[in-house]
Unconditional design. Structure first.
Length: 229
């Protein structure tokens, strides 16, 4: 799937295509427990379930004016403020993340981790027989690590993202001290939306977040998933 501006450039014969974008907000999601659940399902059941979940995400992302980059297994990778520039990209991506949580909750008993970061990325086309549009940068890795250390029911964000949304009164921001692979100890924020209505997922309390942060810091571990992107 190529963004329209990139497709236009490709049709004009421009190749290679590579650009740097600043102030891009990157969001990753990952379905908790999906791998174990998938072993109990037929191929048809598995693809049907994933298509239903990720298809809903596609609609949410498109309506928000954001851009899907790709799916990686059961993980979803999307951005705001890339080829489509937004007025308040961090706020829009945060809202999109919570809409995705609600969408999953209405479709499945699965839970989902969500993480995001704001920074610069390199975007371009790669491949010969199959051309793909992808992003690379430390910012992408950081967003992925926010997802890996998140909790279901909220959105885990970096300081860079937090600085753009800290004024939003409808959210609760719980600070966390995290040891993150390749980054050392960081102050991050777990964002809770108290008015969120969930049926299968429980909204974490600030105490839940603090307890999880203490566990991670106490173990002093680096995030084992995912590998560098």
């Amino acid at each position: 799937i190529l963004p329209p501006p990139i497709l236009t450039r490709l049709k004009r014969g421009e190749y290679p295509i590579a650009d740097t974008y600043d102030n891009v907000t990157i969001l990753f999601t990952d379905l908790v427990g999906f791998t174990s659940l998938s072993t109990t399902m037929s191929a048809q059941e598995l693809v049907t379930m994933l298509d239903g979940i990720l298809g809903r995400f596609d609609v949410i992302v498109e309506k928000a004016g954001c851009e899907k980059i790709k799916t990686i297994g059961d993980a979803y990778f999307m951005v705001g403020n890339l080829t489509k520039r937004l007025q308040e990209p961090v706020k829009v991506v945060l809202e999109t993340g919570f809409q995705m949580i609600v969408s999953l909750d209405s479709l499945s008993v699965l839970r989902m981790r969500v993480g995001m970061h704001t920074g610069s990325v390199v975007a371009g086309l790669i491949g010969l027989t199959t051309v793909a549009f992808d992003l690379w940068s430390d910012s992408v890795n950081t967003a992925s690590r926010m997802e890996a250390t998140s909790l279901p029911g909220g959105v885990h964000v970096t300081q860079m993202s937090y600085d753009h949304i800290s004024h939003l009164k409808e959210y609760v921001f719980v600070p966390r001290q995290m040891v993150v692979k390749g980054k050392g100890e960081l102050t991050t924020y777990f964002v809770i939306l108290p008015t969120l209505e969930l049926h299968n997922m429980r909204i974490p309390t600030p105490q839940d977040v603090m307890d999880a942060s203490t566990d991670c810091k106490g173990k002093g571990h680096a995030v084992s998933r995912p590998a560098d992107i």
